[in-house]
Design a protein around this ligand. Sequence first.
Ligand code: C5P
Length: 287
Amino acid sequence: MKAVKEKAYAKLNISLDVTGKRPDGYHEMVMVMQSVSLCDDIEVTLNSGGIKASCNLPFVPCDERNLAVKAAKQYFDCAGLESGGAFIRICKHIPVGSGMGGGSADAAAVLRALDKLHGGLLGREKLEELAASIGSDVAFCVAGGTALATGRGEKLSALPALPDCFVVICKPDFSISTPELFRKLDSVRLRCHPDTAGICAALESGSLAEVARRMYNVFEDVPDRRHSAIGEIKSSLLDLGALGAVMTGTGSAVFGLFDNEDKAKAAREVLGRDYRSCYIAKNVPEV
Ligand code: C5P
């Protein structure tokens, strides 16, 4: 039986802006997104016994609540293979509930794997379309690299690649519910927004420092008692030599960009004394 292995790369928000609420209840987003080398490992095997999944983490559901299972079902439906079956093995390394899109990355990896197993039957464009119906961040995770995401987060345009760098990611010991934070945001008047155009220009000119100093996430401005931990991690990352630091997505992970590997390693080490979930990663230019 043929198996295809795929890396499900985590995504980070270099910037995250919310510009309005839509009639469908979702929010209008403007985000600069980046894939990083911290990843889950996905293996997909075709079978005739329906869609089944396993995961190394016992608390992760392996039924249709799992976006990877949902993705496989959507793939087979879209490809006209309604009786198709697959076994999906998920080995998670991306912390759950961190704002790094682990579930979305797994779903995207399943779409890529299934399309490889079917000789490119749907192709990239169709996969990205299908991905958007699974979750707002799944389309980005299919494409990867550096991109501007608008709409619900599913409309993508490729950006010049982030200059090579080291990323230190630290997740405090709590998770933040995405729908809850979006709800809280509705009652807040946002006063500051990221300079998205400035970030795009800095990417164009290849300046990591100019990108890093503009990193901004409006969710950090939503009052939440847990956000003091976010501020502390950001300050530590900056003190330890990060060119910029910001929370990713709806949190709770925070990351800093470094142009120096030794400083990044030292920062991970120092933060690792206080936080269990600390990682060092690299930018991934394309998936
Ligand atoms: O699309 P996805 O299922 O990933 O979104 C999870 C939740 O996040 C939605 O149910 C919604 O509450 C919120 N959301 C939003 N606007 C977006 C994306 C997500 O309000 N653009």
